[in-house]
Structures are given as C-alpha cells and as structure tokens.
Design a protein around this ligand. Structure first.
Ligand code: ATP
Ligand code: MG
Length: 495
C-alpha cells in the first residue's frame, strides 16, 4: 500500500514540472535560427520558439545551435526564447488522415476541419533491420502493362521513376494509385517543391477517379517553407509506417527527390557547410538513403505489412550520371527510365526498356503474367534494333525478320496506354495471351486499338467468371486457357 502511494507521488512530481532548457535566439538567417544556451540538445531534436513555432536541431557550432524553422520565421526576432523539452520530432498519425490533404507538420490543408488522431510517431526513425524483414512476395499491380509485364514492382520494393521534364513520370505514379482501388493498399502522394497547380491537378484526378478515400496527400509545394519541404518525405514515410506497422500495405510516391535535394542544398549553404560535388553537401547521400531504407516488407510476427516507394527524379537531357541520380539509383531496387524521344513519338508511357530494370519485382509477379511475358522484353528490344537497321536497308528482309517486325509493332501498340486508365492484371493476361498466339501480329494499329477497347466487355458477356477466376488464382492454366482461346476465336470470327 505504501509502495503504491510512493509511485503516485512520483507521477505527480513528473507532471507538475516540465523539464526544459531555455535558449536565446542570437540571429535569424532566413529559415535558420542560431541560438545559444542549449547545451544538451542533440541533432534531430525538436525545439519550440516562444511564439509556438517549431524548429528542428540541424547542426552545431562550438557554442551555438543551428535550428531549422519548420513554420514561418517571419515573427521570430533575435533575443526571443527557444525551449528544449528533450523531445524528438514526432507528429500525429492515424486512419483519420486518409482522404485528406495535409502539410509536412500533419496539419490539414484542405479546410475540412481537424484530423482525429490518438497516436504520435517519430518523424526520423531508424529503418527496420534485416531480421525484421522478409523477402518480397506480393506484386504491386501498377495497372501499366509495360511495367507489370516487363519491369514488375513488388510490394516493399523501391523503384525509381527517372526522366526529363514532361515525360509522364507523375502520370504513371498516379495510375498506380488509381489501380489500388479496392485492393486495400494505402497510398501517400508526397509533393515536394512542385507547383501548387500541379498538386491541384493530381488531387483533381484522384477525386475524379474516386480514389481519395485510400490516399493521403502531403503538400510540400514550392510555396511552403523550405523546412516543410525538407521534412515532407520523412512525414510521408512516418504516416506510411503507421499503416505498415498495423499490417497494411502502403505505396508512397515522392514527387520529386530532385527538388528535395535542392532544398537540402539551400539549407546547407545557409548553414555555411562546405559545398561538395555539384554544390550539394557531403551528407546528401545519407539524407536520401536513410529515407529509402525505410521501405520494406515486415515479417509475419510484426504484422506482415509492407511499404513500397516510388521516388521520382527529374534529370536534364536524359543525363542520369548526375550526383543525385547516381546516388538514388544506387539505393533503389531498380529504375524506370522515361525517355523524351519515345514520348514525342507517341510511345506513352515512354519507358525505355533498354535502360529500365527491376531487380526483385519478377520474384513476386503473378505466375500467369510471368509465363506469358517471358520473352516480351527481348522481342521488343530485338524489334527496336531491327527497326534501326531497316531504316538504312529497307529491302530484302528475311521471313523471320518480317515476322519480328510485325510482332514488335503489335507489342508496341499493346504497350501504348492512355494515362489515368490502368489495365487490371487479369485483362493484361488476356492481352498477353492474344499476343502469344500471334493473332495481333496480323492486325492494323486501329484494329489493335479496337480490340483493347472492346475485348474485355465481350469476355465478360460470353464467359462472365473467366476474368474473376484468373484474378483470384493469379494463374492461367488448362481450362482457363481454353476458355480464353474460345473467346478470342469468337471475337475475331465476328470481326
Ligand atoms: P513534370 O516534369 O512536369 O513533373 P512528368 O514527367 O511528371 O512532368 P506528367 O505530368 O505525368 O509528366 O505528364 C506530362 C504530360 O504528358 C501531361 O500533359 C500528360 O497529360 C501527358 N501524358 C502523360 N502520360 C500520358 C499517356 N500515357 N498518354 C497520353 N498523355 C500522357
Ligand atoms: Mg511530374
């Protein structure tokens, strides 16, 4: 009895006194506050200014602390107090964030009122270790045929989308969100340093396709403070971790990390750190890798959740050898390279298969798609080579070369896909099967387009359970092959 009252005293004592260190701001340099009198704070800790604004400890000199102001620095003056409560930066998480647009500090930006949350998570967190993870085992269906068939992405994978401006990178990422409808995957779109209007377009598309309810939009647009833009991807990751730790699957899109690197460079230059290659600070590799590490697939006793990352990088003139691109390429499990010439030729999504790779995705691919797409990449690349050669020498092609040309053209037409119109995996199986039979080789461009538009409707009319069965079993075997063959035969007979 006595012991219990002792414990009670302890609790009262702790809540009655707030431990805090008081520092004084010495100067403000745009978004950086320099303070003295905070001897015990460490990097990554959160401080609070006297006006309630939050700051992040980002560096030190011998007796000063460098603080990145996370909100607006406009109302801060030299001489004001700054408090250290010994806390690391943590922000609210929860299901209430689904369907909402928020900023990097988890405050609502959509004018729809407060967001309910009972838990907080640390924004900067050490990624789960190897023993806490398992190899990838499920596929992330992006709904883009060229990706799912040729460069598949697995849940828990980090796949980089890299390419010049206006090559359709965002569109492919948004299609992946649209395709998660009804698949129980939480999607997080994190906008970093992009224009507000481009973000509004994304929100509009997601609303239009009715997929906002499983999506969180994190706005770190160019008009928000640099501190928020720097923080945005970490906050997105933190929100994803909440769902992953509760056993869910999460897809996070960082649009884009080039701008995140710019912001970090700007902050570092303000801090007076020595610029290194391309004027980026030496720790930019660490900044991105500690983020990329946090994707993964947790083992069953930790809930079996997963977090997949699709970071986007913008390059100039197709040059992927820059500092940031080589860094991020080295820390991801593959990349999709978007090419301007392909985009301009009308091959959209403009993914260059020669330069794109997925190192682990095929392990988790649907068996049905895997078996049908085995030779697709090779056939397509051979076709591209042949096209280049025949531009020089158009006559005297062998029969097999002619056949390859026809097949290549059919593949090209099959892979061309409009944006915001993802193709479900079972439909992809149907297309790939038709291709494997060689039926599409004989068709003209407009006939293939017509086939893509009409065939699914016909299958559902003639054999209603076929596509659902393929979707459920993820396999394409004996009886189902025969059923699909009959549908194809019927479709082309009536043509
Ligand atoms: P940015 O560099 O501005 O971020 P981006 O590489 O993300 O550009 P998007 O914004 O996705 O590219 O697309 C650029 C333009 O191309 C848009 O106008 C979009 O409508 C169009 N587009 C993208 N994908 C397709 C597609 N599959 N079919 C037709 N048009 C497309
Ligand atoms: Mg974009």
């Amino acid at each position: 009895m006595e012991k219990r009252s002792e414990e009670k005293d302890k609790i009262d004592f702790a809540s009655a006194f707030e431990v805090r260190e008081v520092g004084i701001v010495k100067s403000i340099q745009k978004i950086i506050a320099i303070a003295t009198g905070l001897p015990s704070c460490v990097s990554g800790q959160m401080l609070e200014f006297v006006n309630g604004e939050k700051g992040l400890v980002i560096g030190f000199t011998e007796d000063e602390v460098q603080i990145l102001v996370l909100g607006s620095a406009a109302n801060l003056r030299a001489g004001c107090e700054v408090y250290n409560k010994g806390q690391f930066l943590s922000l609210p998480v929860g299901k209430g964030f689904l369907g909402r647009v928020i900023n990097a500090l988890c405050a609502p930006e959509d004018g729809m009122g407060d967001i309910d949350s009972s838990e907080e998570y640390p924004v900067f967190k050490v990624a789960p270790g190897v023993m806490e993870r398992i190899p990838v085992e499920k596929t992330l269906e992006t709904g883009t045929l060229s990706i799912d068939a040729i460069i598949p992405i697995a849940k828990g994978q980090r796949q980089l989308l890299i390419g010049d401006r206006l090559t359709g990178k965002t569109s492919v990422a948004i299609d992946a969100i649209i395709n998660q409808k009804g698949k129980d995957v939480v999607c997080i779109y994190c906008c970093i340093g992009k224009t507000h209007s481009s973000l509004l377009k994304v929100i509009e598309t997601l609303k239009d396709r009715d997929v906002l309810s499983h999506t969180i939009i994190l706005s770190g647009t160019a008009s928000t403070s640099p501190g928020e833009q720097y923080l945005a991807p970490y906050t997105a990751c933190m929100l994803g971790e909440y769902f992953m730790n509760n056993g869910g699957d999460v897809l996070v899109i960082f649009d884009d990390l080039t701008r995140h690197a710019w912001i970090y460079r700007q902050i570092s230059l303000l801090l007076g750190r020595a610029p290194g290659r391309e004027a980026y600070p030496g720790d930019i590799f660490y900044v991105h890798s500690q983020l990329m590490e946090r994707a993964g697939y947790l083992k069953p006793d930790l809930g079996n959740g997963s977090m997949t990352f699709l970071p986007i990088l913008e390059v100039q003139q197709g040059d992927v050898t820059g500092y940031i691109s080589t860094n991020v390429i080295s820390m991801t499990d593959g990349q999709l390279y978007f090419s301007t010439p392909l985009f301009n030729k009308g091959f959209r999504p403009a993914i260059d298969f020669g330069l794109s790779v997925s190192r682990i995705g095929s392990k988790a691919q649907w068996p049905a798609i895997k078996s049908l797409s085995r030779t697709l990449r090779l056939e397509y690349l051979q076709y591209k080579e042949l096209v280049q050669m025949t531009q020089l020498r158009a006559t005297g092609l062998s029969k097999s070369a002619e056949q390859l040309l026809r097949r290549g053209e059919a593949i090209t037409q099959l892979l061309i896909q409009d944006k915001n119109d993802p193709v479900p995996s079972e439909v992809q199986v149907a297309y790939l099967y038709a291709l494997s039979l060689g039926i599409l080789d004989e068709l003209t461009v407009s006939e293939i387009k017509k086939f893509k538009k009409e065939f699914v409707g016909k299958v559902n009319e003639w054999d209603r359970s076929l596509l659902p069965v393929i979707s459920e079993t993820r396999e394409f075997k004996d009886a189902n092959i025969e059923r699909m063959r009959r549908c194809l035969q019927r479709y082309f007979e009536q043509e």
